[in-house]
Design a protein around this ligand. Structure first.
Ligand code: BTN
Length: 275
């Protein structure tokens, strides 16, 4: 935590200001829309995908009234203090061929954002962003089929940038924001530009097995590696020591019965009295 967080929150998000921060990069080809308020940027893009081409459309909202997180959880989305963004991307791949994409998105965001802001972002499997041991962001990937049956990936990103205590009261776990961890002013339009610049090269080059290129990035930022964890899978829990992720992004857990590879689920780190 820094003593004097430098947070610039007065400027609203705008298409022009976001664009000004990514001149000349492939991300400048995107269409960008900013809504003052929406239910959920992911839900909105999924609705629109039925009747329009959302490939390359980045939808930002200043506030969400029904923001969604993984596993159907709410994503608390107070106005004008954070980033809520969804990007639509057409793919020729089948859903099963996208294994590891959501982890790679977390890696790309961490690498894309932290340089300018001198942050040390960690990743918690499968796609949470952490600072100082607390969650500051998350990724929600949805898939939708367009009218002509193409698969469209909707990459939803929520980043706490300058969340007030009152804005975060409904969050049910320890949380933080980027502004509390840097002495460099955090300008949301700049952050939005960096975010899109990080995502476009990843999405445009994604192919089967591509997570192998991100495995070492994940390992450097892996919040849980070496810790005792519990993973909820359906009705049962798998407990053991987190051993990083494999080449497809699956979580490896060293249990009493040997190494277990977990494709999906909800992982938590155990405190010593829970061991
Ligand atoms: C998680 O950590 O559970 C994922 C959170 C993803 C939140 C973002 S905010 C923008 C987009 N719209 C949503 O409703 N959810 C994602």
């Amino acid at each position: 935590m820094v003593d004097t967080p430098q947070i610039v929150k007065s400027n609203g998000l705008s298409n022009e200001a976001i664009r000004a921060n990514m001149a000349g990069s492939p991300a400048s080809e995107l269409r960008i829309e900013v809504e003052p308020e929406i239910d959920s940027t992911n839900a909105a893009l999924k609705r629109r995908a039925v009747s329009e081409d959302i490939h390359g459309l980045a939808l930002f909202a200043e506030a969400q009234t029904a923001g969604r997180g993984r596993l159907g959880r709410p994503w608390v989305s107070p106005p004008k203090s954070n980033i809520y963004m969804s990007l639509g991307w057409r793919t020729d791949l089948e859903p099963l061929e996208l294994a590891g994409l959501s982890l790679a998105v977390g890696c790309a965001i961490a690498e894309g954002l932290e340089g300018d802001l001198a942050l040390d972002l960690k990743l918690k499997w499968p796609n949470d962003l952490y600072l100082g041991g607390k969650k500051c962001g998350g990724v929600l990937i949805d898939l939708v089929q367009s009218a002509n049956q193409d698969w469209i990936i909707v990459v939803g990103v929520g980043l706490n940038v300058a969340m007030s205590e009152s804005g975060g009261t409904d969050i049910d776990q320890p949380w933080t924001d980027l502004g509390s961890h840097t002495n460099i002013p955090v300008v949301r339009n700049e952050l939005a530009g960096r975010l899109l610049e990080a995502l476009v090269p990843l999405l445009s080059s994604w192919q089967v097995g591509a997570f192998s290129q991100w495995q070492s990035c994940w390992a450097r930022r892996d919040l849980m590696a070496g810790h005792q964890i519990s993973v909820q899978q359906g009705g049962h829990a798998i407990s053991g020591r987190a051993e990083g992720v494999d080449v497809s992004g699956a979580l490896q857990v060293a249990t009493r019965d040997g190494l277990v590879v977990v494709q999906s689920g909800e992982a938590s780190m155990l405190r010593s009295q829970e061991l």
